[in-house]
Design a protein around this ligand. Structure first.
Ligand code: COA
Length: 332
């Protein structure tokens, strides 16, 4: 946990998003696995999700980045740092940040990826805060880009109904103390690694005929267990970070939670005593896009006029690792 007493603040000066055109509805999924539109809607709140045709993470990420830079009136060549949160990179290496740097022409930027699953965008913002707020760079492009369809088992009805593809990006620059980023809380617990995992393809279990046959290159998830932990952790995260900033739940103008399941979002909102107007939801359109979920939701909330100058906005994310992260932004 750190706050502006250690580093200067940062503020968001541009936001962008990119969603693939192709829509996969619950009715489409009925034709693929043994499920129903009603089951998916009732249990998850998801109605449809976007799926790429041939695009990959850097393509969506570059598009979102260029939109964010345009809104920030910053030229690609002036970008000093690119941080990309993704668990579905174009390649194991080079990093997806390298490809985005090339594609948008940000030839003067330092580049790296962050792997923190669904909390990736908040973790990446944390890094940007320390590096830009700490004076190492004048600005940063922070991206969450995911092609979850590439690691989804389309024969597994317990997971394939949940995920989608997309990307969101923001540009951050230094800010005056007590504005912009006010506080952040990041955490994790590797003891729960098996609850949500892509088992093969890394150095522990390299790709082989057997790993493909056993379908180990797809997401494996223990949904029920995750559900309970997600609600508890997301409530704790939001409370801890608000307290750190000297704020109460009622000070919050908009909670932007990770969009994993509408029932999780509603349970978190209820425990935090928030009204529907205080919580941003777009899961019905996009499903769970891992690190891109909070990035896209933040961008969309802004585009819809749900965030105004002076508002207290909280991002609250949770994902495979387990990892979690929450931050408070006073919108400037
Ligand atoms: N369609 C129809 N039935 C399905 C189904 C589907 N797509 N998926 C599972 N089922 C069945 C199960 O087989 C089970 O049947 P059974 O009772 O005969 O065994 C039944 O529905 C209930 O399954 P369960 O897993 O208990 O459902 P649930 O209410 O927990 O909902 C999730 C499942 C995945 C939607 C829910 O657990 C969830 O969202 N968990 C959190 C996941 C998450 O947050 N992941 C990302 C973290 S970033």
């Amino acid at each position: 946990m750190y706050s502006h007493s250690k580093v200067d603040s940062i503020k968001i000066v541009g936001l962008g998003k990119c969603l693939p055109k192709r829509i996969l509805t619950n009715l489409d999924l009925e034709k693929m696995v043994d499920t129903s539109e009603d089951w998916i809607t009732t249990r998850t709140g998801i109605k449809e999700r976007r799926i790429v045709d041939k695009e990959y993470a850097s393509i969506l990420g570059s598009d979102a980045s260029l939109k964010a830079l345009k809104r920030a009136s910053i030229k690609p060549k002036d970008v000093e740092l690119i941080i990309v949160a993704t668990i579905t990179p174009d390649t194991q290496f080079p990093s997806t940040a390298c490809y985005i740097q090339k594609d948008i022409g940000a030839k003067n930027a330092a580049v790296l990826d962050v792997s923190a699953a669904c909390a990736g965008f908040v973790y990446a913002l944390g890094l940007a805060w320390s590096l830009v707020g700490g004076g190492f760079y004048k600005n940063a492009l922070v991206v969450g880009s995911e092609i979850l369809s590439s690691i989804t088992d389309w024969k597994d009805r317990s997971t394939c109904i949940l995920f989608g593809d997309g990307a969101g990006a923001c540009v951050v620059v230094p800010a005056k103390p007590s504005s912009g980023m006010l506080g952040m809380y990041l955490g994790g617990d590797g003891n729960f690694a098996d609850l949500l995992i892509l088992p093969a393809g890394g150095s522990r279990l390299p790709a082989a005929n057997q790993t493909v046959k056993k379908r180990l290159h797809y997401i494996k998830m223990q949904g029920n267990e995750l559900f309970k932990i997600a609600v508890r952790i997301m409530v704790e995260c939001a409370q801890k970070v608000l307290k750190k900033c000297g704020l109460k739940n009622s000070d919050l103008d908009l909670l932007i939670p990770h969009q994993a399941n509408l029932r999780i979002i509603n349970a978190v909102a209820k425990r935090l005593n928030l009204t529907q107007e205080q919580v941003f939801v777009n899961i019905h359109k996009y499903g769970n896009m891992s690190s891109a979920s909070t990035a896209v939701a933040l961008c969309e909330a802004y585009e819809q006029g749900r965030i105004k100058k002076g508002d207290i906005v909280v991002l609250d994310a949770f994902g495979g690792g387990l990892v979690w992260g929450s931050c408070v932004i006073k919108w400037t």
